[in-house]
Design a protein around this ligand. Sequence first.
Ligand code: ADP
Length: 543
Amino acid sequence: MHGLMMDTQLLVSMILRHAERHHPHREIVSVTADNPLHRYTYADCCRRTRQLANALDKLGLQEGDRVATLAWNDYRHLELYYGVGGAGYVCHTINPRLFPEQIIFIINHAEDKWIFTDPMFVPLLEKIAGHTPGVEGYVVMTNDENMPETTLKNAVSYESLIGAESDEYEWPELDERAAVALCYTSGTTGDPKGVLYSHRSTILHAYAGVAPDVINLSNRDCVLPVVPLFHVNAWGVPYSALMVGAKLVFPGPKMGDGETLYGLLESEEVTLALGVPTVWLALLQYAAKAGKRLNKLQRTIIGGAAVPESMIREFQDVHDVIVHQGWGMTEMSPLGTLNSPKAGMQSLTDDESVAIAVKAGRGIFGCELRIVDDDSNELPWDGVAYGALQVRGPWVCSDYFKLEGTGGSHMEDGWFDTGDVATIDPSGYLAITDRTKDVIKSGGEWISSIEIENTAIGHPAVAEAAVIGVAHPKWTERPLLIVIRAEGQDPSKEEILAWFDGKIAKWWLPDDVVFVDELPHTATGKIKKVELRKQFADYKLPA
Ligand code: ADP
């Protein structure tokens, strides 16, 4: 027997309608290429998004057609999230930091019909336009006044595209399983793969995100997503913020600039900021150098890579900001775990709390977790056993775009294999020890490169650290620590190695330390271990 409840389709346009009705005066503040501090309200956003939807319909697009964005975080990009998806098209966010060849591959694979771009990416698109013949036209996200000269076909400015359109629009009643957004994984191995989010998965993920033990977003918050809108739905914030009516602040092209971030956090009274560890490094370094303190920020959610203990302590001890670590991935929309204390943990000592805070967090309702051994046997949640981390749930991808049924998505009896190796403790806190392909195998045992890196970063003279396995005649592989020195510091190898004393298992101690000026990063700011392993392929460890 079926229940007798309304079969309301879960669509992103629902959020827009709710936001406009309940929070019309809430502000959205953006740094953009043509305005250092643009301000408008939810009501303005909703009105312009309807104008955009009318304009899109006139471009002759069919339901499900892909419309791409190549843009930083600002209000126009937000309008595209809702306008494209709400009108029944698919908003394909492209990471502008990818290599041109990858961008060409992605545009062609997605069969993008129109591309909306920030002015600064026009030269990049002009260079590759000859290789993306399927694109019918380009919209430059600016006004006519600031419109650059360009050879891109059918190029118009965003403001001229939507300016003359009616602000009345009836959002279509789509099937909630229809695709709403598309994001490609960065493809460190092989071609990038497309993850196709549905309206349903997006709404459920945003619902889960606002919960108190997850992002804990409310109407009283002012939220600054430094995590890019071009990467994994900016962790769902563009949806969850409008669900609750939080004030939004977008850093535009200035997301890597510590001084601008600091200014925005203070002047806009941001209560919650989200991003990967690298951007917080820039902010903390700026604050330390300028002798400034974060006075308004209450909490930050850091994920996308392991969060070093030293970062947690600096936020907490110097700025009185609580750090919540999160873990997830493109294929998971991305939220999988979030680190918040459980009942009874308030009485823990500072050290005990930090020992938990360095973990990736606990499972969010709606995303099941398990760890398995090589034979797919489930491993205990004892905080010791480590294995392949698998997930399932309504916002986890079931297949990659146009690779359906090819087995390319590592599905195993209904579980998605994340490619991460993890432990889960008896309280349910997950700790990522490595990517499957990055683990170091020494004498048949695994060494966690992440734990060594995080310990190394705690040394005051270390700015950034990476650990890779290099060949060893007796142990198969041994860890090599690669370090970027902090400004004005010149530590010796011996000093760095002595730092690990009592902090990690003795047999994990790196066999050698190399100092470099630069480490290779992926388009999402993570250290490119594949590249490093190539670079140090012939490295000989000291005997
Ligand atoms: P890409 O960087 O390839 O675009 P994602 O952004 O989807 O891909 O990255 C997902 C991966 O990032 C995870 O599978 C995991 O390896 C890593 N990651 C994310 N959060 C954490 C975390 N808190 N601790 C350690 N690793 C993390």
